[in-house]
Design a protein around this ligand. Structure first.
Ligand SMILES: [Zn+2]
Ligand SMILES: [Zn+2]
Length: 160
């Protein structure tokens, strides 16, 4: 059983590596910091999905659920004092500046998956690849019964 757990953990590590690399490849040639800055408005609403902000257009659409927590948004962005924003200072997204020199490797896997699911447009081949990972996951979880929270969360995300 111990061997099995070790193998399970290893496979999970591999999957995490694949997901990070996948996201990295999709961001290229931009740095993660540039990618965050370009998607600042969308990322803001992945956390605050209840109403329009200073940068919203005429008919904004918001994610049905807040998929990232405030603590996660704060990891990605530094909120500047709202001084240059005049349109809607109560909910301002334009004052969020991407964390300087932020590396993708420092971001937890749940956040990586949230970014992929919401900001990356997948082509057929990439879709197939993610389906393949999902299939492998199904096979692993068929054997694995773990109450590890990270693992459970990781799998829940892949169910979507
Ligand atoms: Zn907005
Ligand atoms: Zn603003």
């Amino acid at each position: 059983m111990e061997n099995f757990i070790r193998m399970f953990m290893l496979l999970r590590e591999v999957a995490v590596g694949v997901i990070r690399t996948f996201l990295k490849d999709n961001i290229k040639p931009n740095s993660f910091e540039t990618f965050l800055q370009q998607n600042q408005h969308e990322l803001y609403h992945l956390c605050y999905n209840r109403g329009r902000c200073c940068s919203c257009g005429l008919s904004p659409t918001f994610p049905r659920q807040a998929v990232i927590r405030k603590a996660q948004l704060d990891m990605l962005f530094l909120q500047q004092p709202v001084v240059n924003c005049s349109s809607n200072p109560r909910s301002c997204s334009c004052s969020y500046i991407a964390t300087q020199n932020i590396e993708l490797d420092t971001i937890d896997i749940t956040l990586c998956i949230a970014i992929i699911n919401n900001l990356i447009t997948l082509n057929q081949q990439q879709n197939d690849c993610l389906t393949e990972i999902r299939n492998v996951r199904n096979e692993i979880s068929h054997f694995a019964h773990t109450d590890d929270i990270d693992g459970a969360e990781f799998y829940r995300m892949w169910e979507q």
